[in-house]
Design a protein around this ligand. Sequence first.
Ligand code: FNR
Length: 353
Amino acid sequence: MELSLDEFASLARERLDPAVWDFIEGGAGEERTLAANTAAFDRVPLRPSVLRGAGSPHTGTTILGRTWDAPLAVAPVAYHTLADPAGEVATVRGTAAAAGLPVVVSTFAGRTFEDIAAEATVPLWLQVYCLRDRSLTRGLIERAENAGFEALVLTVDAPHLGRRLRDLRNGFRLPAGTVPANLPVDGFADPAAHSRADFDPGLDWSVVEWLRSVSELPLLVKGILTGADAVRAAEAGVDGVMVSNHGGRQLDGVPATLDVLPEVAEAVGGRLPVLLDGGVRRGRDILAALALGADAALVGRPVLHGLAAGGAGGVTGVLSVLLEELTDAMSLAGLRTLADIGPSLVGRAPDHP
Ligand code: FNR
């Protein structure tokens, strides 16, 4: 039985074609941001408080009016069918078997929104790449909304896909059987070329207004890395921000998400929920993110590792390990609920400079 997310990653690596593994695992450029994301969590020590009468921890939280069993969600990752033929359908089944946690479905899902929703007992959110073809983008949103999706997540860090050297070296093409099931577009087998053809690189903040005009669903923006952009997002009227650098796959050299989180959280000032992804690999990482200002964390690659390692059961395994680690860490740190988490949980004590 796998006891850590590293073990699921090792199993996935054994099972996946090396070029597919590289596509999933890789980052842009020299992969400095990719490495920084996990290193940032390694640098943050937790400081427990003892004898607080904490008892058994409760991990539940409320985000955008919905109760989650834990401050954790599945990040949008394209083409789950690369890891398991059932793709996102297996992911939502596997997630539900672990806990009531939302799954953010990519614009580039390998299964249709309708098929995914038919199997889902967990909340579904739609990740939106705003395409040059606005009527196509609107159609995707309408379909997801009709299928019962509960929120939109606009990705704002991808005018086109980043320069990923592993994929360029491998001449990566999507394998037969993996297609963007919700898009009637051509030329998708080369993801980088496809993104240049179909993504709209000229987006500005008015896209928020446009999305508001096509859907009443709550709207989050994903890819915020500065306090200034978080303030702009709040002023533009979004319902939440996601601190994300796309798992180090876009602009290489941008900071680790955990390192910019305090700046973003301070700028938002509690007006909106702040979510974070990038490098979350243990339950204690979720605690660190919450202590530094996040309301919840998301995991991307680990979910695909679970899928490759064991289909829906592998996804359940990955999320269950994270939840068990989270409960364990809360208990050992003297935290009964997430409300007990504050800045004093991380870093040095103020009196020990
Ligand atoms: C992604 N990510 C992503 N993000 C997005 O907004 N739309 C997408 O379609 C995808 N697709 C995608 C594919 C693959 C293979 C990966 C690894 C990532 C980024 C994703 O949502 C998230 O930001 C990162 O994966 C989080 O980092 P970790 O948890 O993978 O370290």
